[in-house]
Structure formats: C-alpha cells, structure tokens
Write a protein that binds this ligand. Structure first.
Ligand SMILES: [Zn+2]
Length: 153
C-alpha cells in the first residue's frame, strides 16, 4: 500500500518499496545503529512520488545516535538514476532511522536537510526528510528555508 502525505498543495506518495527499505532498518534492538540513505523519485505537478530509497553502505558513518552518509556514493546513484530514467528520476531528499518510538528531527537533522537543499543537486522545488522511528515515521518537507511536518492523508 502506498502512503500519502500532504502539506498545503503538495502531496508526497511513498511507495511500498521505499517503506520496506526503511522498515528493514528499524532500530528495534539496542545494538542497531542508525541507518540511512537518499530518496529518489519523480515529480508530476504538485505530486512527488518517492520510488527509491538507497540502502546504507560500509562507507557511511553510523552510531546508535548519529548517521552521516557517504557523499560520493550517493552522487553516483543520483547520476545513474537520472540518466537511466530519461531525466525523470531525481534526488528528492534524505532518510534515516532514530531509536525512538515517535521520531522527530534533531537540530542537526534540520541543518542537514537545509544544507542538502542548497547543494544544488536537487532539481525539485522542495525536498523531503523521512525519519523511521520504532513505531512510526516522520515526514518533513523542506523548501530550503523551513522544514514542515507533513500529515498523512
Ligand atoms: Zn536524525
């Protein structure tokens, strides 16, 4: 089942495939570190389709309470997906896990998503931050200046 989130006129459609990747990394055991990656998808008007989330890899720096993904690796995926989709699949944001039941973004997360937006690797007007907690996930939308929580439709 897809899950749909909304903020004003913008809709985010999260495919099953993306939900599954996040769920596979839920920090349900104390030994599990944070995990994360990037989000990719397609845009049709005000509707954003998240179709792909990358898996964590050995080059990422992860602890129980922090996650920093490898930049070079992500850029390779972004370039590959862009070319192989006739320039339709683009970078749409970031995801990572939190060891809390109902997750919310940390100050560092907010700073990170704003600076990602400014890097210019995104062609979209907004990007998204997904945080997978133990029971639920948080969905935020960022226009470069602010991040807002999206509500499920
Ligand atoms: Zn975080």
């Amino acid at each position: 089942m897809v899950r749909i989130f909304k903020y004003k006129k913008t809709k985010l459609i999260i495919t099953n495939n993306v939900q599954q990747i996040l769920e596979n990394h839920i920090q349900d055991k104390s030994a599990k570190n944070e995990a994360g990656g990037i989000l990719l998808g397609q845009v049709i008007g005000n509707e954003f389709y998240l179709t792909k989330a990358t898996e964590p890899n050995d080059l990422d720096k992860a602890t129980r309470y922090s996650f920093e993904r490898n930049k070079e690796n992500a850029q390779i995926v972004v370039d590959y997906e862009y070319v192989n989709s006739n320039k339709r699949t683009i970078y749409l944001g970031e995801w990572h896990t939190h060891p809390e039941k109902i997750p919310s973004p940390s100050k560092r997360d907010i700073k990170m998503i704003k600076s990602q937006f400014k890097l210019g690797e995104n062609l979209a007007a907004v990007i998204f931050l997904l945080i997978q907690g133990q029971n639920e996930f948080y969905v935020g939308i960022c226009n470069g200046k602010k991040i807002r929580k999206m509500e499920e439709v």
